[in-house]
Design a protein around this ligand. Structure first.
Ligand code: PAF
Length: 281
């Protein structure tokens, strides 16, 4: 499987494609799991050539400790990718290749999508995501790029990025992949202690209960109920539970029949920050 480290080598590998062939991109930060592999499988089934990028992007971490402890396992990642397809082009640029003019993020205006939830609790995070995704989309110039719905806010922001940059790229969101007990797959799950791992499925169980209550109770009493439920779990600290319109990512004063809603949650499982979400209607 060819490993590509520079944009120049990437351009050269891509220039050998048959005319009219379809190109897909799956951007990742490595520490791959079945959620990533589902994106890669979908990309392989829908395109002639697929690039998977593995790049732990420093500018999207608002916490140096989080960047430091982010799991990295290159060898396992490559073996997993190889098990999906031996034809993938794997782009693994060093930081200096991506940030040739210094480690700075651009500033974007995503119309408010970047200000709530993850944006509010992780200042600067979406400028970092926007910067690296713009670089990757420009370097690869795919027809389609694939992202998981676990980071639903990120997905909406990337759709907004592509629209404002007028890039001819379709952004494809793929469903959350879960463990059998409901915990959403995440590279950060590897850092959970055994005891906390046993408690963590409570996050998804709570989202399912929120879905059941949606439509019969109002959002603020559901949110209050969730806060109280988490107080019984000392290892799980609720950061936020928000019921929001999928399009604006803001709560609506009144639920509209023609709009889609989702519940979004962020929880510290001891020192590991986990996020999840569920479609409500
Ligand atoms: O979702 C991720 O893994 C990252 O935020 C992404 C999209 C690869 C950008 O670094």
């Amino acid at each position: 499987m060819p490993l590509i480290e520079t944009k120049k080598a990437l351009r050269s590998a891509l220039s050998n494609r048959a005319p009219g062939s379809l190109l897909g991109l799956v951007p990742t930060m490595g520490a791959l799991h079945d959620g990533h592999l589902a994106l890669v499988r979908k990309a392989v089934s829908e395109n002639d050539v697929v690039v998977v990028s593995i790049f732990v992007n420093p500018t999207q971490f608002n916490n140096a400790g989080d960047l430091e402890s982010y799991p990295r396992d290159h060898e396992t990642d490559l073996a997993l990718l190889n098990s999906v397809s031996e034809q993938l082009l794997v782009f693994v640029p060093p930081v200096a290749e991506m940030y040739q003019e210094g480690l700075h993020a651009k500033t974007y205006d995503f119309g408010g999508l970047e200000k709530v939830m993850e944006g509010a609790f992780r200042p600067g995070h979406f400028n970092g995501v926007g910067t690296v995704v713009e670089m990757l989309l420009r370097a690869v110039a795919p027809q389609r790029a694939y992202f998981g719905e676990k980071d639903f806010q990120q997905l909406q922001i990337i759709k907004s990025l592509v629209a404002q940059l007028e890039l001819p790229i379709t952004i494809i969101g793929c469903p959350i992949v879960r463990e059998a007990d409901g915990l959403a797959l995440s590279s950060r799950n590897k850092r959970l202690s055994e005891g906390v791992r046993k408690e963590a499925p409570f996050i998804h169980a709570t989202l399912k209960a929120v879905k059941t209550q949606f439509g019969t109770k109002n959002a603020s009493s559901i949110e209050e109920w969730v806060k109280e439920s988490f107080e019984k779990h000392p290892h799980l600290e609720l950061e936020y539970l928000t019921i929001a319109n999928e399009r604006t990512l803001l709560p609506d004063a009144k639920i509209q029949d023609d709009q889609k809603y989702r519940a979004f949650i962020a929880v510290y499982a001891d020192d590991v920050r986990l996020i999840d979400n569920i479609a409500l209607n």
